[in-house]
Design a protein around this ligand. Sequence first.
Ligand code: COA
Ligand code: ZN
Length: 308
Amino acid sequence: MPPSVRIYEVGPRDGLQNEAAIIPTAAKARFVELLADAGLREIEATSFVSPRAIPQLADAEDLLKAVQPRPGVRYPALVPNVRGLERAEAAGVDAIAVFTATTDAFTGHNIGMTVDESLVAFKPVLARAKELGWWRRGYVSTAFGCPYTGRVEPGRAVEVGLRLLELGVEEICFGDTIGVAVPPQVTELTATAVAAGAPLERIAYHFHDTRGTALANVVAGLQAGVRCFDSSAGGTGGCPYAPGAAGNLATEDLVYLLDGLGYEHGVRLEAVLEAGRFIADQVGRPVASKVGQAGGWDPATGAPTGRG
Ligand code: COA
Ligand code: ZN
């Protein structure tokens, strides 16, 4: 049995929240369906946040109405507070992600709270989500570096991650929000987390490819035993409150790497390329990723694949 990896797709949420273009709800729903067609089983669909903070995702309720849910596919939504939880519940969500960070400077800009205040705000959210039997993830953004304060020590990211685990998340996701990490830092953060008691199977990584290190960081995560990575089809995205952050690691780049390394993940590269082209068209620019441009590759013939 080849080892298996979960690919957690964040394109519809992290991808679209930072695009200037407001995409029609029907096109977002089509994007989510193309992603499910490609075999993605975890698709972070939208956010129940303030529409003033993220106007791009103000249609969260309508989007979830427009998406025909598939059996076996999880569609988590971001929730920052009890208000978001109530909206999520009314919309029929059954998986959420709460999100904080390592520095008060970042959370202050992003969610108007200190890190400690955010954890206080999440407590009732996560308790209620657990009661409802929902899947729960917690993000630790700026896990390696903060655009306002600089370098972040791994011990700090782990401290926040452990507090999220105590509050009842099933998975912590360390985010390199501004794409500054290099592989030894991933190795060190993973080892620090595990030594502090975070189970390896509850750790995920979310790399932005701002400086071209995302895939190398995935390899370091794999070698450390992590088996869940975030990515966004077409390589869109970023956080509007993280100046200088570029797109997420592209799902097509991640799939190509995992295929080559022999990991099972259930996602078809050609279909991801199609979804990436679709959303790039919608946001009005070319696909940002390497594999999106070059296509896949058929070793039997030497020809590129999936270029549409
Ligand atoms: N959904 C919709 N509206 C919400 C909301 C939610 N979950 N939470 C708060 N609001 C509304 C309030 O009703 C209020 O509206 P009003 O001004 O019309 O009365 C307004 O947002 C401000 O609410 P307040 O409680 O004062 O919080 P705030 O202004 O400090 O904002 C957050 C806090 C968390 C709601 C806001 O910063 C936010 O949504 N951030 C999300 C950022 C994000 O998604 N970043 C990308 C992910 S990395
Ligand atoms: Zn991100």
